[in-house]
Design a protein around this ligand. Structure first.
Ligand SMILES: Cc1cc2nc3c(=O)[nH]c(=O)nc-3n(C[C@H](O)[C@H](O)[C@H](O)COP(=O)(O)OP(=O)(O)OC[C@H]3O[C@@H](n4cnc5c(N)ncnc54)[C@H](O)[C@@H]3O)c2cc1C
Length: 372
């Protein structure tokens, strides 16, 4: 006999955890099924830090969504009593024609947000850690900062549990089968029934949604921590902002030293991967790329590597999230909200997923996220 829930959420990364919290808080009976253990490092929601920023040059719609996302993270922080983020400011610098920078020079973005456009010399006077070319430009977003991903996942999960949600770890969903009135879910050890299912399986969504080609591509990413060659404190939060550098057609990003060193990585540019067989080991080729970037742009941070981690991006064909119902099943909601930028929005994407699962609609603007 299968147990029956209002909603089964597949995946307990940040999207699944946020969705479960939003459902359970509304009194919805919720089961979360997760194939690995709590705080595992096989998916996309680990790695000690994530950038949060109001300024989202990817599309003005994300900039608008970010305002609500900031509010919800603040609410989660208050409700959980756990410190989840710090404000450091954010510096985006490099080629003024780059897709990450040119939107800031437009009137549309200026009317939405407070940020400062800086000449290279002014930016380097304020933040001498960085090397910015004389023909480049810098944008300073004072609202930007750092989210602590593991704490965010834990906070959503434990609050969801407090509202009655069940979490089953180390229980992989093998298949689901939707009929008009319910969805049957089979794992390696049990079977369940649910009124609705939310597929929040990150890079594994493509495997769970095998009858629709969403064009999801999993991309291997490697991040590094470097011990700075400078003990003056200039790489600590308070002195150094989070940053995105538009570096001759490529994008690198990073964080001040939170105790493990300066974290830096290339955004995209990783190899295509299968999440079940991705190369987890980190090689000298991975490090060389990021080290060369540091040498050019943040030379005093180019010290010993103190740590590294492999992580997965799930990219969609348009670069926008997919949050929509399965084309054949109105009780199966697909949530693929990564594209290398999804963490900061998860406080809202979980709310949107809960709205759609229970009411079929949401007050948030989700026009970018539908299947096209
Ligand atoms: C290196 C890196 C840096 C990033 N930096 C930023 C940043 O600075 N700012 C930002 O906003 N975003 C950033 N992102 C993106 C952000 O981290 C992701 O958008 C987000 O973590 C995606 O969460 P998720 O819950 O969709 O996926 P995941 O965290 O991968 O969760 C999916 C879960 O589903 C589980 N699962 C899969 N298949 C099954 C199954 N069959 N049965 C049961 N469970 C299953 C998996 O085990 C996993 O736990 C970054 C991502 C990476 C990889």
């Amino acid at each position: 006999m299968s147990e029956k829930y209002d909603v089964v959420v597949i995946g307990s990364g940040i999207v699944g955890a946020s969705t479960a919290y939003n459902l359970a808080k509304r009194g919805v009976s919720t089961l979360v099924l997760e194939r690995f253990g709590p705080n595992h490092t096989n998916g996309s929601s680990h790695g000690k830090s994530r950038i949060i920023r109001s300024a989202n040059p990817e599309n003005i719609a994300y900039t608008r969504l970010a305002k609500s996302a900031f509010d919800r993270w603040g609410e989660l922080e208050a409700e959980s009593g756990s410190p989840l983020m710090i404000k450091t400011g954010g510096l985006i610098f490099g080629d003024r024609k780059d897709r990450f920078i040119s939107p800031f020079l437009s009137d549309a973005m200026k009317s939405e947000l407070d940020y400062e456009i800086m000449s290279p010399s002014n930016a380097m006077a304020l933040f001498p850690q960085f090397t910015i070319g004389s023909d480049e430009v810098a944008v300073y977003d004072p609202s930007a900062g750092i989210l602590f991903p593991e704490r965010c996942v834990d906070s959503y999960s434990s609050l969801a549990r407090g509202f009655g949600a069940e979490f089953h770890f180390n229980e992989e969903v093998l298949r689901w089968d939707a009929a008009s009135d319910c969805v049957a879910i089979e794992t390696q050890s049990a079977s369940y029934k649910a009124g609705r299912v939310v597929l929040a399986a990150g890079a594994w969504n493509a495997k769970l949604i095998s009858d629709v080609d969403l064009g999801l591509r999993c991309e291997r990413q490697v991040v590094f921590w470097f011990k700075p060659n400078d003990d003056s404190g200039s790489f600590m939060p308070g002195s150094m902002p989070v940053f995105i550098c538009c570096d001759y057609g490529r994008h690198f990003y990073g964080f001040p030293d939170l105790g493990d060193g300066v974290k830096a990585a290339q955004h995209h540019g990783g190899e295509a991967a299968d999440p079940d067989s991705v190369r987890r080991a980190v090689g000298k080729d991975d490090e060389g790329n990021v080290r060369a970037f540091l040498g050019r742009r943040i030379p005093a941070a180019d010290g010993t590597v103190t740590g590294s981690s492999t992580c997965l991006y799930t990219n969609t064909p348009t670069g926008d999230f997919i949050i929509d119902f399965h084309p054949k099943h109105s009780n199966v909601l697909m949530v693929s909200a990564c594209c290398g930028m999804g963490f900061k929005f998860a406080s809202i994407t979980g709310e949107i997923a809960a709205d759609l699962a229970m009411a079929g609609k949401t007050e948030h603007d989700i026009s970018l996220f539908g299947l096209r």
